[in-house]
Design a protein around this ligand. Structure first.
Ligand SMILES: Nc1nc2c(ncn2[C@@H]2O[C@H](COP(=O)(O)OP(=O)(O)OP(=O)(O)O)[C@@H](O)[C@H]2O)c(=O)[nH]1
Ligand SMILES: [Mg+2]
Length: 273
């Protein structure tokens, strides 16, 4: 029976003491991975499985990632290789962040590594039970990431308490949704409809008085959202236009939190649709 289930592989990464092993244990409903307030408790990678809805999850608990300044150059290099391997072998990355600590450059670096490898990444803020005004905190975090991380539309932001079991099922449901989305093929008809609706609105950004607009979109790969976008310009698509396009495309197809790759190309015949 279980062979009919789809597989989702996920890795939990993050700083020491953020609660990775607590989350791991809560998901596999056991106490396999040691938990505690001592820094660097988990020494090796621990893997286990559980199933939820129609999915077989494989989950990997990892040793905490220390700040660069705290490890030697050699160890840092070795750890980097390990992290890249961890990221490459799964489809979902859970970056666990202690809500009482700051978001660091390392978090953004890990997100970049994941996005470049077309993985879905969750910024999971743990220990939310220790935050008094949860609503305010969530707004602050969302605003901070929007203003400080240029790929904020490619990440998922959620809040949990691994210890008090708050929000964990929400995360699993969201993982399933996002996993479905990266593997869906958008019908050609819908892509065309999107272009038509854009042309109707006609609020394209003007760059040096020239209106750059998309003419035609082709999805290149079924499993990773990769699109070739033909534009009316013979020049390289301006960054401003690329940003505008990404925003409006994600909004239309509800693709927040998914890595999307676009290739912008000039259309040979700029007057054709
Ligand atoms: N209040 C609160 N404490 C938590 C939560 N999750 C984990 N903790 C506590 O945080 C401490 C560290 O938890 P671990 O699960 O061992 O953290 P880890 O990320 O696996 O740590 P390393 O293996 O050292 O990298 C423990 O004392 C946990 O009980 C939570 O949601 N709320
Ligand atoms: Mg641990």
């Amino acid at each position: 029976m279980s062979s009919n289930l789809s597989n989702i592989n996920l890795s939990i990464i993050g700083k020491p003491n953020s609660g990775k092993s607590t989350l791991f244990n809560s998901l596999v409903k056991s106490n396999i991975s040691p938990v505690g307030n001592k820094y660097g408790l988990t020494k090796t990678i621990i893997t286990d499985k559980f199933s939820y809805r129609n999915y077989n999850f494989t989950i990997i608990d990892t040793p905490g990632l220390r700040r660069k300044s705290k490890v030697s150059a050699f160890n840092e290099m070795e750890r980097n290789k390990e992290v890249i391997k961890l990221i490459s072998n799964v489809n979902i990355i859970i970056l666990l962040i202690d809500s009482l600590e700051n978001i660091t450059k390392q978090d953004f670096r890990l997100a970049d590594l994941s996005i470049n490898r077309h993985k879905i990444i969750f910024f999971l803020f743990n220990k939310i039970d220790l935050i008094e005004d949860k609503k305010k905190f969530k707004l602050q975090i969302n605003k901070f990431l929007k203003n400080n991380y240029n790929k904020s539309k490619m990440i998922n932001i959620m809040f949990i308490s691994a210890k008090k079991n708050i929000g964990i099922l929400n995360v699993l449901n969201e993982i399933i949704e996002k996993n479905k989305k990266v593997s869906t093929k958008i019908p050609k008809k819908s892509l065309n409809k999107f272009i038509i609706s854009l042309n109707k609105k006609r609020n394209f950004p003007k760059i040096k008085d020239i209106e750059v607009k998309p003419k035609y979109i082709v999805q290149l790969d079924n499993s990773i959202p990769k699109f070739k976008v033909f534009i009316n310009s013979t020049k390289k698509a301006p960054i401003l236009f690329q940003k505008y396009f990404d925003n409006i495309f994600r909004e239309y197809f509800k693709l927040q939190g998914i890595p999307i790759i676009y290739y912008f190309e000039s259309s040979k015949n700029p007057f054709s649709i």
